[in-house]
Write a protein that binds this ligand. Structure first.
Ligand code: ARG
Length: 457
């Protein structure tokens, strides 16, 4: 081989992360070969001992894989096996191809990876719930268009993120279900010619189904697209959360303070406390979205069945996994250590006419059509703005000049509490609804998903 091409062709530096899965698959495959009469019981035993030795050494000795010159992890394991046990090792690859082998290894790896991501998501969701419980009654400004809109409970706000991450969990579970399908026995593309028992392999390797078409089995990477797609959306969610928290912790808002544990100083300005953790969370989404594009472009136009292009899939997988796990851990630390400043939150609710809708609703309850009430309250807001006063500082007599429907009880309607309590539809910010949502959320976190058990059967 040309030296440059040899380097170009090799993937060991990347796919060595699959060594444990590769050995697990080979152990099971050796059993299947023995059952099929290809290996004698002694040969099976020697192969399993040899593979065990390689696994132990790989776990103990970092240099073992790092210094090896083999093309990929599959060739590495086979070569070491032959070195250790001799001829019997040369029989292991009977009827198998690296094509079905790499598909198996990747699926085994991904199934575990999804379980880890789910743990990370749960960890973050647990912290969001913890903060929501801690500040059950606190009211903050809710925003649309990045302008103060209506008061909401902080717990309601935090539970919105909980919802997003719940959907992420669903998506990863979906991805798990599709990954949980055993490809070994597909051979290079046409199927195994030695009659290995694929059902037995499935059970041994803890999959819930076997792939049903050998061509598809060796060329399918949809499960990676699913994973990186789900990961991209999770990162988009984290990036939006980061943006909000950056904003809420600015001195201009200030009802959230980030802990020193997740902020940095400036090398020049002694007074600075910068939200680097959040900025990196926001920035990391680009990486994973890039990985998604990379996989989609890799697969687009690729003919059936296996093509070496597919070797490029692993970097996208590993980078996405590492990035996701890091981001979830950091986001968890940020949320866990958040301090909430109730005084700043109260101040933020003043003076921005955030209860103007409640005033219009008040008129509606007294019989005025909403559109008319909307226009009238708009004019009242304009007047208050001109006089630089809040809605509750305008005297009743002046209100009554706008409409005779106004009475003393209008000031009650203007209270923040009143507006919050009025929004009591399911999914609204009223305290009793938020309390229900909190206990539902708590319950959902105690459920264990198939991916956390490692199998959907
Ligand atoms: N290293 C290869 C990969 O990751 C393994 C499969 C190689 N198969 C082949 N026919 N060259 O895709």
């Amino acid at each position: 081989m040309d030296e440059a091409f040899e380097r170009f062709n090799a993937s060991l530096s990347m796919d060595r992360r699959l060594i444990l899965e590769d050995i697990e698959g080979s152990m099971a495959y050796a059993e299947a070969l023995e059952q099929a009469g290809v290996l004698s019981p002694q040969e099976l035993r020697r192969i399993q001992e040899g593979l065990g030795e390689i696994r132990d050494r790989a776990q103990r000795d970092r240099g073992f894989l790092a210094e090896a010159k083999d093309e990929d992890v599959h060739s590495f394991v086979e070569a070491r096996l032959v070195e250790i046990i001799g001829e019997a090792g040369m029989k292991l690859h009977t009827g198998r191809s690296r094509n079905d082998q790499v598909a198996l290894d990747t699926r085994l790896f991904l199934k575990k990876a999804i379980g880890q991501v789910q743990q990370g998501l749960k960890g973050l969701m647990g912290e969001l719930l913890g903060q929501a419980r801690r500040h059950r009654d606190l009211v903050i400004p809710g925003y649309t268009h990045l302008r103060k809109a209506q008061p909401i409970l902080l717990a309601h706000y935090l539970l919105a993120w909980f919802e997003m991450f719940s959907r992420d969990r669903d998506r990863f579970e979906d991805c798990f279900r599709r990954t949980d399908c055993m490809p070994l026995g597909a051979g290079a593309l046409a199927g195994n010619a030695f009659g290995v028992d694929r059902e037995a392999l499935r059970k041994k390797l803890n999959f819930s189904r076997i792939t049903s078409n050998s061509l598809d089995a060796v060329s399918d990477r949809d499960y990676l697209v699913d994973f990186v797609g789900a990961g991209s959306l999770t990162l988009v969610h984290l990036s939006r959360l980061a943006e909000d928290l950056i904003f809420f912790s600015t001195p201009e808002c200030g009802w959230i303070e980030l802990s020193d544990e997740v902020t940095t100083g400036s090398s020049l300005m002694p007074q600075k406390k910068n939200p680097d953790s959040l900025e990196l969370l926001r920035g990391k989404s680009g990486r994973v979205i890039g990985n998604l594009t990379r996989l989609l472009v890799l697969l687009k136009g690729l003919p059936l069945t296996y093509n070496k292009d597919l070797q490029e899939d692993k970097e996208a997988l590993f980078d996405t996994l590492d990035t996701l796990l890091d981001c979830l851990q950091v986001a968890q630390a940020v949320v866990r250590t958040l301090e909430v400043d109730a005084g700043a939150a109260r101040k933020a609710l003043e003076g921005d006419f955030m209860t103007a809708t409640d005033l219009a609703d008040y008129l509606v309850r007294k019989g005025m059509p909403f559109r008319e009430a909307h226009g009238l309250v708009g004019r009242i807001v304009l007047e208050c703005e001109g006089r630089q006063i809040g809605l509750s500082e305008l005297p009743l007599s002046r209100y009554r000049e706008f409409s005779s429907l106004f009475a003393e009880d209008l000031f009650q309607a203007l209270s923040v509490r009143h507006g919050i309590e009025a929004r009591s539809v399911p999914g609204g910010t009223a305290p009793e609804r938020v309390a229900e949502a909190l206990s539902r959320a708590e319950q959902s976190l105690t459920l264990q998903n198939p991916s956390e058990r490692g199998t959907s059967v």
